[in-house]
Design a protein around this ligand. Structure first.
Ligand SMILES: Nc1nc2c(c(=O)[nH]1)N[C@H]1C(S)=C(S)[C@@H](COP(=O)(O)O)O[C@H]1N2
Ligand SMILES: [Mo]
Length: 320
């Protein structure tokens, strides 16, 4: 009920390029109506965060990915106001409120470890690494809510190829920026910072696995993990690590933040699986943000046809 009221599916994501109506809608929620409207009137077509990031969105000729779902998209507003990003607080509205302190330029991503050609990539170089696609993917949080978001990104495999993984590379470890000055949540000890995630190399190379640099045709808002974050659509949301500064190829499985924090609750694989409950709640159903009723959760978040073969012969109760 609360979710439905605060985060209804209206208005539609297609309105998001219309900065004026975006600001007008925010008037219902904020005191600064006049300011918001005024700012909107002066704005051309780019949204404020694109300007803030010093980057006009250049995502106009995006290829639509054949991997996309045709399901109804979550509204832009919900996707950017109902977030998990503990570096900026633990409440769903905290990242939108607090992430402005993140500086996304200059930004580099080190790609290193078991690689023949390890190197540091500048973010603006990454934006040109391969044709960007719009991929409409489901993101399903372990807390049983889900969204359908049109991400702008490119396959992680494209980047890995460029550093030439060695024969010893079996896993990929991802690390978020660690800077408590920019990320006030890191001043608390609730998690062992920086946030770390990991994938098996074959999962990392799977064409569904992308590095996202935008959403809804625009640059990634800071609360969604600017300037670059992972999206692994068949896994629970916590695998999709935000604001990445390091990608390391390893021989051993990385020790992820959530496995360190609660090993009984969060496994390395974290494949969406309605048959394996979280120790404290069922995982059988989810609420699509904007919907009133829950819907059944699908095995591998509905991507089973593409990814089930990665786990053939594995006991998914054990490797959760
Ligand atoms: N660095 C970092 N990445 C993170 C998180 C986080 O707290 N810190 N939260 C994760 C969780 S639990 C979810 S559900 C998704 C949420 O992504 P969204 O806010 O873009 O929907 O981000 C994931 N990536
Ligand atoms: Mo999550």
């Amino acid at each position: 009920m609360l979710i439905k009221r605060a985060f209804s599916g209206d208005p539609k994501p297609s309105e998001i390029t219309d900065a004026k109506s975006y600001a007008a809608r925010r008037c219902f929620l904020k005191f600064s109506c006049a300011t918001a409207m005024g700012a909107a009137l002066m704005l051309p077509t780019e949204s404020p965060w694109a300007e803030e990031n010093g980057l006009a969105a250049d995502f106009n000729n995006l290829k639509a990915s054949p991997f996309s779902t045709t399901e109804e998209k979550t509204s832009f507003r919900d996707a950017t106001r109902y977030n998990n990003f503990y570096e900026f607080g633990t409440a769903k509205g905290d990242p939108e409120r607090n992430a402005h302190t993140l500086r996304v330029r200059p930004w580099t991503v080190a790609v290193e470890g078991e690689a023949g050609k390890p190197r540091i990539f500048d973010i603006d170089e990454l934006l040109k690494i391969s044709p960007l696609e719009e991929r409409i993917y489901r993101l399903r949080c372990v807390e049983a809510w889900s969204m359908v978001i049109p991400w702008v990104g490119f396959p992680l495999a494209e980047l890995l190829k460029r550093v030439e993984p060695t024969g010893n590379a079996k896993f990929v470890e991802f690390t978020t920026l660690h800077d408590p000055e920019q990320m006030p949540g890191q001043r608390s000890t609730m998690l062992d910072w920086p946030y770390v995630e990991g994938l098996r190399l074959d999962e990392a190379r799977h064409p569904l696995t992308i590095l996202a640099v935008g959403l809804y045709g625009n640059v990634l808002p800071k609360q969604n993990g600017a300037p670059i974050r992972l999206i692994v659509p068949w896994k629970y949301g916590f695998k999709s690590i935000k604001s990445i500064v390091r990608i390391r190829l390893t021989e051993e499985p990385p020790l992820t933040t959530w496995m360190k924090a609660a090993p009984r609750e969060y496994g390395f694989y974290a494949n969406v699986n309605p048959e394996v409950d979280h120790p404290r709640w069922s995982q059988a159903k989810e609420r699509r943000i904007g919907d009133f009723l829950k819907r059944p959760t699908l095995m591998f978040n509905g991507y089973g046809e593409q990814v089930a073969h990665l786990y053939s012969g594995m006991d998914l109760q054990k490797y959760f």
